[in-house]
Write a protein that binds this ligand. Structure first.
Ligand SMILES: CC(C)(COP(=O)(O)OP(=O)(O)OC[C@H]1O[C@@H](n2cnc3c(N)ncnc32)[C@H](O)[C@@H]1OP(=O)(O)O)[C@@H](O)C(=O)NCCC(=O)NCCS
Length: 154
């Protein structure tokens, strides 16, 4: 565990680095694809960890309703996994969620065990109608989604 991990808001200059990081995990099938134009559009949702001029961690907070936000595009560079970077990003997203007044934070994930460590609970997707009906219905994996829904009340 690294004692002081600095997580900051992303800037427009980070978008290429975020894209590079996400692509490595998208190619492994661990994240759903996001396009570069979408990343520019959503850059204000993102928080990053930068080391030696390289973006080695990122995650985004996307809002759905007055109550609900989602952890999206969470990725840590492979060589930096296991050192608390993922936890640091999610803790920052939780803090951000609290500061803007959300009461629930969710994720759809292949790694529920990681989120359980951060006191998210596995829930039925039917408990998240805002996400399922607002976004998932447009996803090509809608009928065979393998992601697990996790939720934290904040
Ligand atoms: C999942 C991911 C973000 C974890 O990041 P990380 O920096 O390696 O995780 P951390 O070191 O902060 O781990 C925090 C805790 O979660 C645990 N953990 C990490 N990955 C885990 C996993 N896949 N399953 C279960 N627990 C896990 C750690 O052991 C640690 O536990 P501890 O606090 O008791 O020591 C990272 O592996 C990653 O980018 N994976 C590929 C993309 C992905 O799956 N993103 C999630 C999309 S929702």
């Amino acid at each position: 565990m690294i004692s002081s991990i600095s997580v900051r808001n992303a800037t427009i200059d980070d978008v290429i680095g975020i894209d590079t990081l996400l692509q490595t995990q998208i190619e492994k099938g661990k994240l759903l694809p996001r396009t570069l134009p979408e990343l520019y559009e959503r850059v204000r949702d993102f928080f990053v960890i930068e080391t030696g001029g390289q973006i080695v961690g990122c995650g985004a907070l996307q809002l759905f309703t007055a109550e609900l936000g989602e952890v999206r595009s969470l990725a840590i560079a492979s060589s930096f996994e296991g050192h608390g970077y993922g936890r640091a990003i999610v803790e920052r997203l939780i803090k951000e969620s609290q500061s803007i007044g959300l009461s629930k934070l969710m994720a759809l994930t292949y790694v529920p065990g990681f989120f359980h460590k951060l006191e998210f609970s596995t829930v039925d997707r039917d408990e998240l109608p805002e996400k399922v009906w607002g976004v998932c219905v447009y996803c090509p994996h809608y009928n065979n989604c393998q992601e697990i829904a996790v939720l934290k009340r904040i």
